[in-house]
Design a protein around this ligand. Structure first.
Ligand SMILES: Cc1cc2nc3c(=O)[nH]c(=O)nc-3n(C[C@H](O)[C@H](O)[C@H](O)COP(=O)(O)OP(=O)(O)OC[C@H]3O[C@@H](n4cnc5c(N)ncnc54)[C@H](O)[C@@H]3O)c2cc1C
Length: 411
């Protein structure tokens, strides 16, 4: 029976980064990937997808020369190319199409039961992503069956949609990008339901907002950053991405609705409190900005005084009394796209390392009483500023390094 020193679960950029560090230390390891290597980036993003993190925020040593150090945003094809090159640079050991059903511990060795037999390891690094299971509210079960429903993971382009009107549920970065694309593709009526607004400042103090969110979550101490420059204001790639906002949806003709709250007898019901949501969103954004200012002061963080003027606009007040009911029987509503996000699924990890709410009980990304390490997660999560990208492409190499270092210290 072969016993690996380490099994890494998940063949995304985090898993590949773990392999990089494990190889540096001559650790005998294997990546177990349930689908295909780089599954999420190659097979689970829509065709016109562009990253929300600017190029300078992707850090994958070995292939960084392929990524210009600028503020543009990579397309799906570009990020796929970079990640495939990263995989060939690291050249990891892996098995694909291998689904872990459960994990047991026998005489201090972990046994991973999979559809392809048993695998054994002394240590497990979990790199299965924080976003590996689409989340769809149970409300979806009450939607008339004539309406085509898909999650954003399975949306690729407008040609997949039934002819008629479309409701996009969830107005985060995915929902806004997809609603705009469908409207611009000529779909007659596109509705976008806003579930709640916790907007991140898209740009703050001349730096991309995701940087601030990551910094607030405690991950990027002392890291270099790239502020926007005056010429970026004329760059279509940059401004086009920054303008993927609710306001731009509204001017493209997307009808903005409140929270999707119920569906009874084919009548879809939406909350009438968009104005309150917008006000709450503004206060949330302001609280983030206050935290950023506080942090800058604490760190004597200097970014110069020539702040650029980005033209951010709010939704027009016409939406303050939007539609609250769509009758599926008479409205030609044919499609619903759930842009309601993802959650982590650890059902396969049948070890006693979870809190009662199902989240792993960890100290700095490491299980305290098992040789199980998590990577790709914030190590110092702040409930209020938790990045929706985990540590993102900016820091997952670093996060993998930490997981491997802690593991080595326990070997
Ligand atoms: C729509 C969307 C847009 C995003 N945009 C950005 C962005 O612009 N910039 C950014 O930095 N980040 C972005 N992210 C976050 C992004 O997911 C991370 O940056 C990055 O992909 C995390 O890499 P990862 O390897 O940790 O996870 P993933 O890329 O999710 O890889 C996890 C891998 O684990 C596999 N897996 C899952 N469960 C199991 C299991 N039980 N057994 C075996 N294998 C398993 C999956 O199939 C997958 O291949 C985005 C995420 C989403 C969902």
């Amino acid at each position: 029976m072969k016993i690996y020193q380490t099994i890494v679960v998940g063949g995304g950029p985090s898993g590949i980064s773990c392999a990089y560090h494990l190889k540096q230390h001559n650790i005998d390891y294997l990546i177990i990937e349930k689908k295909k290597m780089l599954q999420t980036w190659r097979h689970e993003r829509w065709d016109s997808f562009t990253l929300v993190t600017p190029n300078w925020m992707t850090n994958l040593p070995g292939v960084n020369h392929l990524i210009p150090y600028d503020n543009e945003f990579m397309t799906k094809k570009e990020i796929e190319h970079v990640l495939l090159e990263y995989m060939s640079y690291v050249s990891p050991n892996y098995v694909e199409d291998t689904f872990i059903e459960s994990v047991e511990k026998e005489n201090g060795i972990y046994c991973l039961n999979t559809n392809n037999g048993k695998y054994y390891a002394e240590h497990i690094i979990v790199a299965s992503g924080m976003f590996n299971q689409p989340f769809v509210p149970t409300l979806s079960e009450r939607i008339p069956k004539e309406i085509n429903q898909i999650h954003s993971r399975d949306y690729f382009n407008p040609s997949q949609l039934e002819e008629g009107n479309t409701l996009v549920v969830g107005a985060g970065r995915s929902g806004v990008q997809i609603a705009l694309e469908i409207k611009n593709a000529g779909c007659e009526e596109v509705f976008l339901s806003v579930g709640g607004l916790t907007p991140l400042p898209v740009v703050y103090k001349n730096i991309n907002g995701v940087y601030w969110l990551n910094k607030l979550s405690g991950y990027h101490e002392g890291k270099a950053y790239l502020p926007y420059k005056p010429e970026d204001l004329d760059n279509e790639n940059i401004i086009g991405k920054i303008n993927q906002s609710l306001y731009h949806c509204q001017i493209a003709g997307v009808e903005i609705l409140g929270r999707f709250i119920n569906c009874i007898d084919g009548k879809l019901e939406f909350s009438a409190d968009l104005d309150k949501m917008m006000a709450d969103g503004k206060s949330y954004q302001k609280s983030l900005e206050d935290k950023i200012n506080h942090l800058m002061k604490k760190e004597s963080f200097e970014i110069g005084d020539n702040e650029l003027v980005f033209d951010f606009k709010d939704l027009s007040s016409q939406i303050l009394s939007p539609l609250t009911i769509i009758d599926a029987n008479s409205s030609h509503l044919k499609n619903i796209i759930w842009c309601t996000g993802f959650k982590a699924n650890y059902e396969w990890l049948t070890l006693d390392i979870f809190n009662s709410d199902g989240t792993p009980y960890l100290k700095d990304g490491v299980s305290t009483h098992e040789n199980v390490y998590f990577c790709g997660m914030e190590l110092v999560p702040d409930k209020n500023t938790k990045s929706s990208f985990g540590v993102g492409l900016f820091a997952l190499y670093e996060s993998a390094k930490r997981a491997v270092e802690v593991m080595l210290s326990r070997m």
